[in-house]
Design a protein around this ligand. Structure first.
Ligand code: ASP
Length: 443
């Protein structure tokens, strides 16, 4: 016996047919005791997410425009789910209260949170579980920072009173009783917090894909699934663009050493991906776990004779970019050279001014700028302490005639990051994948 916290994403609860799948999943295991729903997501490519529609209502109301057309679409969505499921739940009082609140100037957070709130009401009725409003167990401080201590204390006490409960995702409350939301996709975070609070044995995150793939399927044909991955590896891959789970959802469960299982509501038999603490059991020497990357970086390469012996050079350089409000991704360095790798979105139109300031403050011999850079991370705990990994990676790129502009390997040895030109990005990902995963597909 254990306790499973199961979070179901928007696509898993987008319409009545999906609710039926969710109920079958929940009922298949007695241990699925705490259920975290998102708001209804898209039913197909051209559909709208309820959360987006709620933000729209808020924006219209703020501008003094009528919002009832949009609000009616939202109401219809929930009502048709209830009707299809044969639920006798009367949501009209809820709708009326929300409508009045929006008209009276309710905040964007309050308005958006109603997507999860209403879906939680429906799911609780459908499953026969208790409804627990997260406003009463998930807390933020007055500045909107998550209050882990207070939440942990209140949440664990309250949920101990309910054997089975539905807790809507995405929001909580501030000390003055106002509703506050996490960032978009934040129901994943709620699930992780609840899992931690009830000391779950497993946190299941149900979505519409069967976990993580070793590479982006838009780039690599039929990439293999990742069956097991450590929190650290996932963090590296997620940072580089592999998304399925909200970044911040990893921390609460990681600290409590609770595994996360990413599962597919539309294919519950698939084992999905299990995210675990690194216990050494999944180290296959020389293997990689996944490849991820992003385009759109700029490298500023700075050269200065005797830089390595100039005290404070790094600080001066970083103070320049700090003063411009820019954060950097990597800073590989040589004896007399140092490079800053910065996302283009950070630079906006600031590049010229940044270069002038670097020149003035650091007095370098030369500054060179490389635009249109992509970064690719090859990640795997199996890479650590294994000779020949870098050789394999760089041989694969060299054989394809791809020029590597930057190399960065963290001291943990679970990640090699290469910088190359945007135009080579897709081919480089394919080459690395083939070199490690599928060296000789013919055999
Ligand atoms: N409904 C919210 C969003 O669309 C939160 C979530 O789905 O996790 O961002």
């Amino acid at each position: 016996m254990g306790t499973i916290v199961a979070k179901f994403g928007g696509s898993s609860l987008s319409e009545a047919a999906q609710f039926r799948k969710v109920r079958a999943i929940v009922e298949a295991d007695e241990n699925r005791r705490y259920i975290i729903p998102s708001a209804p997501g898209k039913r197909d490519k051209n559909d709208y997410k309820v959360t987006d529609l709620l933000y729209k209502c808020h924006a219209l109301a703020q501008e003094g425009h009528p919002f009832m057309d949009v609000f009616t679409v939202i109401k219809d969505r929930y009502q048709s789910i209830c009707a299809d499921l044969g639920l006798s739940l009367d949501l009209d009082p809820e709708f009326n209260a929300i409508e009045r609140a929006i008209a009276a100037g309710a905040s964007a957070d309050f308005t958006a949170s109603r997507g999860e709130y209403l879906n939680g009401k429906i799911l609780a009725a459908y499953l026969g579980y208790t409804f627990v409003d997260p406003a009463t167990i998930i807390f933020f401080d007055q500045q909107g920072h998550f209050d882990a201590e207070k939440t942990q204390a209140v949440l664990s006490q309250e949920l101990a009173l309910h054997r089975k409960a539905v807790i809507p995702g995405f929001y909580g409350s501030t000390p003055d009783g106002q509703i506050h939301t996490f960032s978009r996709g934040g129901s994943d975070i709620t699930g992780a917090i609840v899992a931690r609070g009830v000391q779950a044995t497993l946190y299941e995150n149900w979505t519409d894909v069967s976990g993580f793939l070793m590479a982006d399927p838009r780039i690599v044909e039929n990439p293999k699934p990742i069956r097991e991955i450590t929190y650290r590896e996932l963090r590296e891959l997620a940072y580089m663009g592999a998304t399925v789970l909200h970044d911040e959802a990893i921390f609460p469960v990681r600290e409590a050493k609770i595994p996360i299982n990413i599962k597919n509501t539309n294919d519950p038999g698939d084992p999905g991906t299990l995210i675990v603490k690194d216990n050494g059991s999944i180290r296959t020497p020389g293997s990689i776990t996944g490849i991820a990357g992003r385009k759109g970086f700029t490298i500023i390469a700075i050269e200065k004779t005797l830089m390595h012996s100039e005290t404070g050079f790094g600080r001066k350089l970083l103070s320049v970019i700090e003063n411009h409000g820019i954060s950097f991704e990597h800073m590989p360095s040589g004896i007399d050279t140092i490079s800053l790798v910065i996302a283009d979105s950070q630079l906006d139109n600031k590049l010229e001014k940044v270069l002038v300031d670097i020149d003035r403050v650091c007095r370098p011999d030369a500054i060179e700028v490389f635009h249109d850079i992509a970064l690719i991370a090859t990640v795997g705990v199996g890479m650590a302490y294994t000779p020949g990994i870098a050789a394999k990676l760089f041989t694969a790129l060299a054989e394809a005639g791809i020029n590597v502009r930057m190399i960065d390997q963290g001291s943990s040895e679970i990640n090699i990051i290469v910088g190359l030109e945007n135009k080579d990005f897709e081919e480089a990902v394919r080459r690395i994948y083939t070199a490690f995963v599928d060296p000789d597909p013919e055999r």
